[in-house]
Design a protein around this ligand. Structure first.
Ligand code: ZN
Length: 649
């Protein structure tokens, strides 16, 4: 760099605000007017042909770059994924909407960028464990969701089929709030990798033929939709309502639709913009399941069809899709609402994944305007995330993609493959070609490395060349997550509401401290009889309560609570005695923590008097600590209620 370039830079710097205003105005045009984007209305200003005229840097950026490297930890992480958004797709959208010298106001604004590799692995045969150079969204999503590379088609299981813990599962176990947002069916691979573990990505619901050993009736963890309910993120928003209308074939909710099951388990179900707007909370007592379309969201722009020789025809401008959803359901709106609901001001923070899904889907369909509109949609969601992160100061934002894709900007119309010509914001023609499938076929993913960009505490990890699986560790480390979630349940305990009861009396058994678990399973056994199953309960705030009826037979009953994910087992006993036998005195201090539901979905705290005398924890003497723990949890519960009231106010 020589001093002779300085005057030019200064001039550009002063010209910059005007250019930004122009870009913003053009963005507003795209968003608000909902009409086709006029060509040449907002091409880059200035003469690109002058020396330095196309430069993007304005002045020396060393200081800015230094300032953008911020030590972790971060309190919150927002991960935004453009499905199939390779460098080519980003460039096509930028050229079209902002001009070749313009910038995408969200995606291009992140200060720290790197590249990452995305290959998947072969699961069997002589190449088992070796790279498969062109991955799918299942393998790639699993890589950043779990840190484990796997095979195409796998949803957060390794190449041997073993489930790998996901960021949402781990963040939740660590007490963070969690959210999962997509414009696809929420069972689609990218959102599914955070909430489910199946061998085949198309195992959407109980009716899916591909579930195999993962089906509940086969003794598996269930379909992706059923596992979404089990994982119980605080907030899940997307398409894919159709799978939730299917009926469970086995398990506790056998014979019920998944929507009915969700309601049973305390979910707030919403299906339109008004419903979404009305939500004031999303938490473990009342998690949100918003499904706004039966399948994928309709795209922002109407489809264009690439044909052989198509780029020789008159260039097109993109038209709005009349079927696009209410703008209250755009990806940016969903992102803003998700942030509002997850940012409750508590200390632990949140992890949110947001996917713009149909860049990929429209690239498969050789639909240039479709993929451009979805890229712009994602860009607006990135802007929303950045706006929050800048104000918050403690949030890392990462923007990346899962795999590269077909579309290419070409110089001349390819003779044998599909292409389209568009008029860009520069007022010139851009030819886009799709060369990996014939007309009517599905264009293929490609194997190129991708851009990953970051902002905020910990984001320096994205710089340089990393692998997609690094992203898991970047996020887990920034949030300081304890990945040994089984250990998070090691201090689990339980209480019983009374040590001695009459036959037929009600008894409440409450488990506490199962923080590393999402469900509890329970059994009850008389002295020497075989145990009977009491069913499973969702773990809420580390606990769950079982309402039992004491049997008619006299003697000792042993209730065993087992954390489904940790395997942690806790036992309590109570005695059934003849009527007239003095029952033990309930202690008012030993109540279930607020938010420990009885599984009816109410999420209400269960008041259970605890008896010191007979509440024996098999794992040791636990009664005294429980009283203290209960008091603490009660206080925390009261605080939560207060906060909730404040939010409602
Ligand atoms: Zn795809």
């Amino acid at each position: 760099m020589t001093n002779t370039t300085q005057p030019g830079r200064a001039a550009r710097r002063s010209a910059r605000p005007g250019r930004r205003a122009l870009i913003l105005a053009s963005a507003a045009l795209i968003t608000v007017a909902g009409t086709s984007i006029p060509a040449a209305a907002f091409a880059a200003d200035g003469d690109l042909s002058t020396n330095g005229g196309a430069q993007r840097n304005s002045g020396d950026k060393t200081a800015d770059l230094r300032a953008s490297i911020v030590d972790g930890p971060a309190k919150n992480v927002i991960l935004l994924i453009g499905d199939g958004m390779g460098d080519s797709e980003i460039t096509i959208a930028r050229n079209y909407a902002y001009g070749a010298a313009g910038e995408l106001p969200g995606i291009d604004a992140l200060p720290l960028t790197g590249q990452y590799t995305t290959y998947s692995l072969y699961k069997d045969g002589e190449n088992k464990g070796k790279p498969d150079y062109v991955p799918d969204s299942a393998a790639t999503g699993s890589a950043w969701a779990t840190g484990t590379k796997t095979y195409d088609n796998a949803i957060s299981v390794d190449i041997d089929g073993t489930p790998q813990q996901t960021l949402i599962e781990i963040a939740k176990a660590n007490g963070l709030k969690t959210g999962n947002v997509s414009t696809a069916e929420i069972q689609d691979a990218t959102p599914a990798v955070q909430a489910a573990h199946v061998a085949a990505r198309s195992c959407y619901g109980p009716d899916s033929a591909t579930c195999g050993a993962d089906a509940l009736e086969a003794g598996g963890l269930g379909s992706i939709s059923e596992q979404i309910l089990d994982t119980r993120a605080d907030l899940t928003l997307g398409g894919g309502s159709a799978s939730f209308t299917q009926t469970a074939k086995a398990g506790q909710w056998s014979g019920e639709t998944l929507f009915a099951q969700a309601e049973d388990r305390g979910y707030q179900l919403v299906g339109d913009a008004a419903g979404l707007a009305s939500l004031t909370a999303a938490d473990q007592s009342e998690p949100v399941l918003g499904t706004f379309t039966p399948g994928n969201f309709p795209t922002r722009f109407a489809a264009t069809t690439a044909t052989v020789g198509g780029a020789d025809e008159a260039p097109v401008t993109c038209q709005p899709n009349p079927d696009r959803l209410d703008t209250g359901l755009s990806l940016a709106s969903l992102t803003n609402k998700a942030i509002d609901l997850l940012d409750t001001g508590d200390d632990k923070g949140f992890f949110l994944q947001v996917e713009g899904a149909s860049i990929d889907k429209q690239d498969h369909a050789a639909n240039t305007c479709g993929q451009i509109g979805e890229t712009i949609d994602l860009d607006e969601a990135v802007q929303a995330a950045l706006e929050f992160a800048r104000a918050d100061g403690n949030t890392m934002v990462i923007v990346t993609a899962d795999h590269a894709h077909t579309s290419q900007i070409v110089d001349s119309t390819p003779p044998a493959t599909l292409s389209t010509a568009l008029t860009t914001a520069d007022g010139t023609t851009m030819k886009v070609a799709y060369g990996t499938a014939a007309a009517g076929g599905s264009q293929q993913h490609t194997g190129s490395q991708l851009r990953i960009a970051g902002y905020g505490p910990g984001a320096a990890q994205v710089v340089g060349l990393t692998d997609q699986s690094d992203n898991f560790f970047t996020i887990a480390n920034a949030l300081q997550l304890d990945r040994n979630t089984a250990a998070l349940s090691s201090g689990a305990t339980a209480t019983v509401s009374a040590g001695t009861v009459e036959p037929g009396a009600s008894v409440t058994v409450t488990g506490f401290g199962f923080n590393g678990d999402r469900q509890l399973d329970a059994t009850e056994a008389a002295d020497s009889a075989a145990a009977t199953a009491l069913g499973s309960k969702d773990v809420i705030t580390g606990g769950a309560a079982y309402e039992l009826t004491a049997p008619e037979e006299l003697g000792t009953q042993t209730v065993t609570l087992t954390g489904r994910q940790s395997g942690k087992t806790v036992q309590v006993q109570y005695t059934v005695a003849e009527a007239g036998t003095p029952t033990s005195t309930p202690s008012p201090s030993a109540s279930a923590p607020a938010g420990v539901g009885t599984g009816d979905g109410s999420g209400s705290g269960t008041s259970s008097g605890g008896s010191g005398a007979s509440a024996l924890g098999a794992t040791g003497a636990i009664v005294a600590p429980i009283a203290a723990l209960s008091a603490l949890l009660l206080a925390a519960g009261a605080l939560l209620v207060l906060q909730r009231r404040r939010r409602h106010a």
